[in-house]
Design a protein around this ligand. Sequence first.
Ligand code: NAP
Ligand code: ZN
Ligand code: ZN
Length: 346
Amino acid sequence: MKARGLAALTPKAPLTSFEFERRDLGAHDVALDIAYAGICHSDIHQVREEWGPAIFPMVPGHEIAGTVSAIGSSVTRFKVGDLIGVGVFIDSCRTCASCIAGLQQYCQEGMTGTYNSIERDGRTVAFGGYSNLFVIDEDYAVHIPPHLPLAGVAPLLCAGITLYSPLRTWNVGPGSKVAVMGLGGLGHMGVKFAVAMGAEVSVLSHSPSKKADALAMGAKHFIDTSISGALKPLNKSFDLVLNTVSAYLDINEYLDLLKLDATLVVIGLPGRPYEVSAGALLNGRRRIAGSMIGGIAEMQEMLDFCGKHSIVSDVEIVEAGYANTAYERTIASDVKYRFVIDAASF
Ligand code: NAP
Ligand code: ZN
Ligand code: ZN
């Protein structure tokens, strides 16, 4: 199938118009007309090779919302016209313990990324969602609740699930005190979910202009981390700290915020390793953990939760021609709170 989209042709190159082929519909595949594709900071990290060598030309995009346009002969879960979402992976081994447990993102052979990866046939380059259409195995797609605005749904497929999953893993609920570091695409979803789960939420942000938005999303407290010493009064006060910051920072002053036995979850993926002070970790038997997106079943659970609680991402809808500017604005923390590309503009 002929597809149109945006690609970086070489490392760090700006995004340009790109035409390419998607595979023909297999028996288990679903074709979709993409409506919106979110811009995740991970797209920028990969285009710029901040995580190491990548595959080019690269069509980024792993927050994909659209409508099913055709189905393969063996498809049972979708029909033409259904709303459908695709996230950060398009396949996995399906046989390892993680895959069998529905944790495809932790596949022991490695998940097959939506882009910047080679498909499981060992040769096809996977092209992502900055495009007009997509083909996906039905087992790796999810149903979108029909009454939600679709542009705001697209970011749920990565930003949404990536915050929903740790909130569930660490059993957040009424009485939990949760801090979200960074109010960007991921962080703002963390605030919305934690509030909906009944937690008392604090936002730790270096952008004081975001305070009113944070409180409007339901956060109880906003701490401006650009003020030196602002975190000190909060030492030992949180059950869970979710670090969504895309840049390197001193993690130790955030570890100090944890109560006894509490956990800081690393979610942001800057290219540079954190330096962890032993003292900050062992005082209070603190834990540092990681969390990566979520499996297909949990993605569906998250979308159903969004349908029930009317939760979507706050988005700025842009045309394909604005994507490079959107990248620059995202890097400058100037995004409210996710850019999504209108796929009609590809
Ligand atoms: P984003 O929209 O750019 O948000 C990141 C936020 O971090 C910014 O809005 C800003 O919040 C804060 N920040 C940025 N630079 C900073 C600096 N120099 N100092 C302090 N704070 C800074 O990015 P995103 O799309 O939410 O992604 C966040 C990170 O998560 C990225 O590294 C991405 O690759 C990673 N990620 C991980 C997973 C996973 O599965 N674990 C999934 C998706 C993405 P304030 O303005 O509020 O300070
Ligand atoms: Zn992402
Ligand atoms: Zn597996």
